[in-house]
Design a protein around this ligand. Structure first.
Ligand code: NAP
Length: 255
């Protein structure tokens, strides 16, 4: 199977650490020129430098995906640097923790703004560029949802669950509307992965024991196991896939 992304230009949001970092580095290793976005400029720079020192191509951009103005800056950075845009990975996400009865309205809004509105803003802006400029080659959008939004609600993370369910619904309609332009849109639904986002929970032996009971493969996922699926979805190997929702969770939510 051809997994080469030679000459393609990709934006990965929230790529300063965790899944996004591994996704950015994997796409770069496959030959893509990568715009490494993160809210935190130092983290974005650190990842872009790692890609460059491994012989890849990358630039760092600090942009908040919940801001339309900053999303425009992010998309323009790709076009100014390399003159094209082929791939968008909507990975940036936050996870406020609170029972619903105490959930602050600001935390709800922020979570929906980053996770769901950010996915909409970036898909719309990149979709416009891909539809107008990529008439022969189309484009690829990969979204990162969560089992929390689909099959397995997460305790005290109502805003997160709602935002991640929203991504799945949005992505399906996005796939339908973008198909005439040759833009494929697919969504990955991760289970539990070893990243900074799950670090606190991983320190808790009770939570770890429960996860291990619930996951037939008997371990958490490694970031590379998401990045490899992203790479497949960005490659010609998945050319007949769009509007798909792909669970990668060690069997946690199978029925
Ligand atoms: P992570 O370790 O917390 O990394 C997320 C990155 O996104 C951070 O560097 C964060 O920067 C950045 N970010 C946050 N808000 C942003 C914004 N508004 N604009 C741009 N960047 C922003 O998370 P992760 O575990 O790698 O998760 C990546 C994605 O996978 C998320 O969408 C998450 O919901 C999803 N996911 C993760 C798991 C898991 O088990 N890890 C499971 C299911 C789904 P700051 O730290 O500075 O905010």
């Amino acid at each position: 199977m051809n997994l080469s992304l030679d000459g393609k230009v990709a934006i990965v949001t929230g790529a300063g650490q965790g899944l996004g970092e591994t996704i950015a580095r994997t796409l770069a290793t496959a030959g893509a020129h990568v715009v490494v976005d993160d809210l935190n400029p130092d983290r974005a720079e650190r990842v872009a430098k790692k890609i460059l020192s491994a012989g890849g191509q990358a630039i760092a951009v600090a942009a908040d995906v919940s801001s339309k103005f900053q999303c425009v800056k992010l998309v323009e950075a790709a076009r100014i640097e390399w003159g094209r845009l082929d791939i968008l990975v909507n990975n940036a996400g936050i996870e406020p923790v609170s029972p619903i009865l105490k959930l602050d309205e600001w935390d709800w809004d922020r979570c929906i703004d980053v996770n769901l509105k950010g996915t909409f803003l970036m898909s719309q802006l990149c979709g416009r560029v891909m539809a107008e400029e990529n008439q022969e080659r189309g484009g690829i959008i990969v979204n990162i949802s969560s089992i929390a939004g689909v099959e397995s609600p997460l305790m005290h993370r109502a805003a997160y669950c709602a935002s991640k369910a929203g991504i799945v619904g949005f992505a399906r309609e996005c796939a339908r509307e973008f198909a005439p332009y040759g833009i494929r849109v697919n969504t990955i639904v991760p289970g539990v992965f070893e990243t900074p986002m799950t670090e606190n929970a991983r320190q808790n032996p009770e939570i770890m024991a429960r996860w291990k009971r619930e996951i037939p493969l008997d371990r958490l996922g490694y970031p590379q196991e998401i990045a490899d699926v992203v790479l497949f979805l960005c490659s010609p190997g998945s050319s007949y896939m769009t509007g798909s929702t792909i669970t990668v969770d060690g069997g946690k939510v199978m029925r």
